[in-house]
Design a binder for this molecule. Structure first.
Ligand SMILES: Nc1nc2c(c(=O)[nH]1)N[C@H]1C(S)=C(S)[C@@H](COP(=O)(O)OP(=O)(O)OC[C@H]3O[C@@H](n4cnc5c(=O)[nH]c(N)nc54)[C@H](O)[C@@H]3O)O[C@H]1N2
Ligand SMILES: Nc1nc2c(c(=O)[nH]1)N[C@H]1C(S)=C(S)[C@@H](COP(=O)(O)OP(=O)(O)OC[C@H]3O[C@@H](n4cnc5c(=O)[nH]c(N)nc54)[C@H](O)[C@@H]3O)O[C@H]1N2
Ligand code: SF4
Ligand SMILES: [Mo]
Length: 836
């Protein structure tokens, strides 16, 4: 790492970076931060800023860690201390700007509660109130202990009882290492990712309709109409920081992008939109179907993408069948069948009865969406975190086919990957007999991809339940990377039992809930101290990958998670150890990947590992494909000059069985029996986007319970950041309150006044909070933002839990999931509320 820093210093204009590797800088100096922060407050600071404070600064490139937006940051270091963090002007997502959380990175680095080195538990008892009795050990001892356990389990035919869990994985140098690990060690449980607790619903709705099991990239800059369903554009979604920037563009350009927002509460996106539609939770599918109905009856679909009746005369009439062979489809499949089976009766009046949204508003929205071009529909966790999530999502995404937005200017498409070189070795060449024998022998502990969850790629939330029931088996050891399901999963307390029974390794730098139940702590370096790559989350489609370059030497005895995986691997018997000796280290792996840039230099000139370190990001515009007026075109180096054949479109873009956007999903039809067993859907209709009523948990309880993210939420990682908590005030809570938003009439019926402490009861138990009147919200829905109620994670987080009110919504959120996507139905619970 010193080498990297020295190289950077030579390349940069920054002066006299003394003591750049100040490993001794500790928490004692935290008070000094304020002065630097204040001085740095002037606008437009860049890496060449001439302000006195910056004259002796060293700047390194990194990526913010608080959310999946992956904003590029410039990290300013003075005398070996990180003093400030700004958006990197050379990073296309950040454009020199950050959301409020991005600037708080120093608090993650200088968090006084961080683990200082590897530790072993001495107290055999595990529990929320048990002191683990940490005893410092060396890294060699830690790696040896883990590898010995893995070697033994492998010898005993129990390799499948070794599991890895991860949440925010960034790229090949961390979570990307899992595939080889599972293959070589012989476990199907490396790794279980958190996608089924995150936003898997939107991906599966897209897999079912356009064949891409992925989040979309969006061309917001050129859109003239945006219809958002439960995607918190100005609070969460992603990339959050960029969304705020592009919102400014959309709302000030000519013509202004019109926005209709659909949500269950008055969030900033709803407040800032031209129209807000306050939908009953779980019913977005009905709304989208009615919009589709109007687009068809009024002839507002995009004929160049969808096709038309053979004589150009519109025969879509409410309640009437159309003859399927009179409609000639272009890039879609099954429109007439869909109309006949579902859409013909889905009028705005019908949808009003289900969603609670006036039919006149639905009609207006449909007409605007249908007549404005380009127009696109965006959705994320709101409509999909329900038992009917995939069907809701399919109905919404079908609007993007009807409006011709697929792969079009001002529309949506799919993210390209970076031009990486290959890694140092191929795991397939290093499998031993055990690895070969174990391949395919056991199901995953979460049963994803089995007959229980045939569509799901991962089902993290099922793990603890399955383990505790010994079905399909019990795990023996688990290692966690940037995930904390013991606090974030539904029915979170179920994890406490499992974690008490198995050998747990946590890699978090912080003493979180998982760490409290861990047997070994292998603390990772914080993001400002570590080397790591990060291909972009879906953004504008063209490929991009950024790099975390250590700004300082690790303050304590910590390392990269990727290096932990590699060092453990080296200690596994047989050829597995040889494989990891080839990989060698995170830096070696990244150097191999960067060789791909030599043949394909980025737009910013990045063509090597060294230039990647210097600029922090490789990217290459433009996106390679475009649908224009029903013709698919491919970039030939100069322009979109090459027309694509139907076969090419099916291979590269519309990756369904038919190569078309399917209004009748062949993907779902493959599992028709499964779907009819789990949802109230007729067998011959499973493929259509359709109205399926959500199954609310909580029986006769009368209030919907919604627990969304707010701007200062860092995916459950901001609990011990005092400024993040403080900035959540006043509507969400913070220092000394957790606020539950409630409609005043709902409160008064229960004798509750603004500010009263209340008890929220669900089937699984109770939590508490303080009521905040929100007259703009639905009377039948209470809102408790998510991030409060930590019982570990450091002193501020814990003090908050003690003084505020125990407010982790996941303790009372039932573990129920959409049977298709497997996404947790986080927003389907019903609760009672009473004054304490
Ligand atoms: N600030 C911030 N931004 C983030 C993150 C973060 O932690 N903090 N995390 C990132 C991650 S991991 C993800 S997955 C994304 C998720 O991004 P979003 O999906 O935008 O996030 P959520 O807050 O889960 O839910 C979105 C909205 O759905 C609404 N909602 C609930 N039920 C319904 C419903 O039935 N219908 C409709 N229409 N709306 C409903 C909620 O009120 C909420 O406003 O955000 C990312 N961005
Ligand atoms: N009620 C409710 N529940 C939700 C959501 C919601 O909106 N409402 N959102 C859901 C969504 S979208 C998601 S994505 C999940 C997220 O839930 P998880 O997958 O559990 O992810 P986090 O809460 O971000 O994980 C935090 C863990 O990472 C550790 N950590 C922090 N920084 C680092 C680091 O640099 N290195 C390592 N190795 N570890 C680190 C922390 O100590 C903690 O243990 O939560 C889901 N749960
Ligand atoms: S949007 Fe996310 S990645 Fe970007 S600065 Fe904010 S928290 Fe960091
Ligand atoms: Mo997520």
């Amino acid at each position: 790492m010193k080498a990297i820093l020295e190289k950077m210093l030579n390349r940069r204009r920054f002066l006299q970076a003394t003591g750049a590797t100040g490993a001794v800088a500790g928490v004692a100096g935290m008070g000094k931060l304020a002065g630097f922060t204040a001085a740095a407050g002037s606008a437009g600071v860049t890496s060449t800023a001439s302000a006195a404070t910056f004259a002796d600064a060293q700047v390194t490139k990194n990526i913010c860690h608080q959310c999946p937006a992956r904003c590029g940051i410039n990290v300013y270091t003075h005398n070996g201390r990180v003093t400030s963090i700004y958006g990197d002007p050379g990073n296309p997502i950040a454009n020199g700007k950050l959301c409020p959380k991005g600037h708080l990175g120093t608090y993650f680095l200088y968090d006084p509660d961080r683990f200082k080195g590897p530790m072993r538990r001495t107290n055999p008892q595990k529990g929320r109130n048990e002191d683990p009795g940490w005893e410092p050990i060396s890294w060699d001892e830690a790696y040896d202990e883990i590898a010995t356990r893995i070697n033994e389990l492998r010898e005993n035919g129990e390799a499948h009882k070794i599991a890895h869990f991860y949440g925010r994985g960034w790229g090949p140098s961390d979570a990307g290492l899992y595939g080889a690990f599972g293959q070589l060690v012989g476990t199907p449980n490396s790794a279980i990712g958190h996608a089924s607790m995150c936003a898997e619903g939107s991906k599966r709705a897209k897999a079912a309709t356009d064949g891409n099991n992925s989040y979309n990239s969006y061309d917001y800059k050129n859109a003239n109409y945006l219809l958002t369903f439960g995607a918190s554009f100005l609070e969460a979604f992603r990339p959050y920081n960029y969304l705020m920037q592009v919102w400014g563009h959309m709302r000030s350009k000519s013509p202004r992008t019109q926005v209709t927002a659909v949500d269950v509460r008055m969030n900033p996106t709803m407040a800032a939109a031209d129209r807000y539609l306050m939908v009953k939770p779980g019913t977005d599918g009905a709304l989208a179907l009615a919009i589709a109905h109007v687009m068809l009856t009024e002839g507002l679909w995009d004929r160049e993408f969808v096709g038309d009746f053979d004589d150009g005369r519109n025969r879509f009439r409410t309640g009437q069948h159309v003859s399927r062979n009179r409609f000639e489809e272009k890039w879609t499949l099954g429109l007439a069948d869909w109309w006949n089976a579902e859409l013909k009766d889905r009028t705005p009046e019908w949808a009003e009865g289900i969603t609670g949204i006036p039919a006149s508003d639905i009609l207006k929205t449909a007409r605007e969406f249908g007549t404005t071009r380009p127009a696109m529909a965006v959705f994320e966790r709101g409509p999909t975190s329900h038992t009917n999530g995939v069907y809701n999502g399919m109905a919404i995404h079908a609007l993007n086919a009807l409006s011709g937005a697929m792969f079009a200017e001002g529309g949506l498409f799919y993210q390209m990957g970076p031009s990486y070189g290959s890694g140092p070795a191929d795991a397939g060449d290093y499998m031993d007999d055990i690895a070969r024998d174990m391949a395919g022998r056991h199901p995953r502990i979460d049963m994803a991809g089995t007959e229980r969850w045939p569509f799901a790629g991962t089902m993290m939330q099922e793990t603890a339940k399955n383990h505790n029931a010994g079905d399909p088996y019990k795990l023996k050891m688990a290692m966690f990377y940037t995930t904390n399901p013991i606090w974030t999963a539904p029915d979170a307390p179920e994890w406490e039992k499992m974690m008490s029974e198995i050998f747990v390794v946590d890699t978090s730098p912080y003493p979180g809930e998982t760490a409290k139940f861990a047997d070994l702590i292998l603390p990772e370096s914080t993001y400002l101290e570590r080397l790591q790559d990060s291909p972009t989350y879906p953004f504008e489609g063209w490929p991009m990958t950024a790099l975390r370059v250590p700004a300082v030497e690790p303050l304590y005895d910590t390392t990269e998670f990727g290096n932990m995986m590699i060092e453990i691997g080296k200690r596994i018997n047989g050829p597995t150890g040889d494989y990891y000796r080839q990989i060698d280290s995170v830096e070696n792996l990244l150097r191999h990947l960067a060789r791909g840039f030599e043949d394909d230099p980025g737009d910013n000139g990045v063509d090597s590992y060294e230039s990647w370190v210097e600029k922090g990001v490789w990217y290459k515009k433009p996106y390679h494909w475009k649908q224009h007026r029903g013709v698919f075109l491919e970039w030939d180096g100069d322009g979109y000059n090459r027309e694509m054949s139907e076969e090419e479109v099916g291979e590269k873009l519309l990756r369904t069985q038919s190569g078309k956007f399917e209004f009748k999903s062949s993907h779902l039809e493959e599992q028709a029996d499964y779907i009819t067993q789990h949802l109230a859907v007729d067998r011959d209709r499973v493929g259509f986007p359709q109205w399926v009523a959500p199954e609310y948990t909580g029986g006769n309880r009368d209030l919907f319970f919604v627990t969304p993210k707010t701007p200062m939420t860092a995916e459950g990682r901001s609990g011990n950041i005092p400024h993040a908590i403080a900035l959540m005030q006043p509507s969400v809570g913070g220092n000394d309150r957790t606020y539950v938003e409630m409609h005043p009439s709902t409160a008064r019926e229960r004798g509750i006044r603004d500010g009263d402490r209340v008890r929220i009861t669900a089937d699984l138990g109770t939590i508490e909070g303080y009521v905040r009147f929100m007259p703009q919200n639905r009377p039948d829905t209470i809102v408790l933002p998510y991030e409060h109620g930590h019982w570990a994670q450091g002193r501020w987080a814990e003090a908050q839990e003690r003084s505020v009110a125990p407010g982790n919504p996941n303790e009372i959120t039932a573990n129920v999931s959409d049977p298709i996507s497997g996404l947790v139905a986080y927003y389907t619970g019903k609760v009672d509320v009473e004054r304490v």
